[in-house]
Design a protein around this ligand. Sequence first.
Ligand code: TXA
Ligand code: MG
Length: 340
Amino acid sequence: METLVLKATQLDQAADFLKKGELVAFPTETVYGLGADATNEAAVKKVYAAKGRPSDNPLIVTVSSVSMVEKFVQPLSDEARHLIQQFWPGSLTMIFKLKPNALSKTVTGGLDTAAFRFPNNQTTLDLISKAGVPIVGPSANTSGKPSPTTAKHVYHDLNGKIAAIVDGGPTTVGVESTILDMSVDTPSILRPGAVTKEDIESVIHRPVIDELHHVGAKQTPKAPGMKYKHYAPAAQVYIVDPDDDWHDVVDWIKSHPQPVGVMAFDHVIKTINWPDNADVISLGSDAKSAAHDLFAELRDFDNHPEYKIIFTQGIDPEGIGEAYMNRLNKSAGQMHFKQL
Ligand code: TXA
Ligand code: MG
């Protein structure tokens, strides 16, 4: 059945679908999510099927009030409350210890914790309030593909597999939320996002662990989702590192007459005389615009199968640049221009 695309004014219809155990994709400030009633196990199971998601990968629980969280979790610490006060609604997802059997195994992947997110998007907060239940909210893409930042991206991946999409326009941040594990003694960042380590430390006044810098090649990442292949377009992405010379990239493109995709910052684009076989797309001027554009541009290249190679500009992993580089590294499967 064709998936309905609903406007933000049609939330009653969207909430009815959720109450009936159907799937509804929803906008957030980061990326679009795939919603189902988190308290309805049969509904949650459909999310895994629609996405083709491995079933041991737990889901984020999306809420529209702090009391919705308190229903399911052990008493919140003062630190957790401070972080909630500072960053909710917003792009900080927090993992808390659950009360026994508070949520089904289908949501938690069998863990005794769950990740909670309070998105900064009024349409979706209203939708959750109307549904009256928290909704699970993995990114609304086919597993492995770049996360969706427009309703169109969701439609492309999930048309016919879900009841509806609430179209809230393009997302503003473009990469998924920061995930902070608050269920352990020292809070630990499992996935970098727009809320940075420094932002968090300035609220709780003690160092937090950046798990990315602790995960060795052989260890299993603590966020189960981090171990899967991710964000991969059909073409092979190669990272052009800050110490690479773009003239070498141009020489490579000139000596290989196939069409090549390039994603770079304005200051690089304008200094180079690009050969005709290069399709050059801007990442804007800074890490913020790059994070915003990355997934959408990778998806655009997927519409053009003639591109087998995309060169994408890497940056220093500072601020939201860490989230950008984290996602870019996964898209590229760690491949760099230097390796060509
Ligand atoms: O910005 C976002 O967070 C988006 C929007 C839609 O809200 N959602 C999102 O969900 O990115 P998803 O499912 O694509 O990513 C959630 C990540 C996965 O890597 C999962 O393994 C991890 O969070 N996760 C969920 N629950 C966890 C838990 N209890 N412990 C550790 N990791 C958990
Ligand atoms: Mg995802």
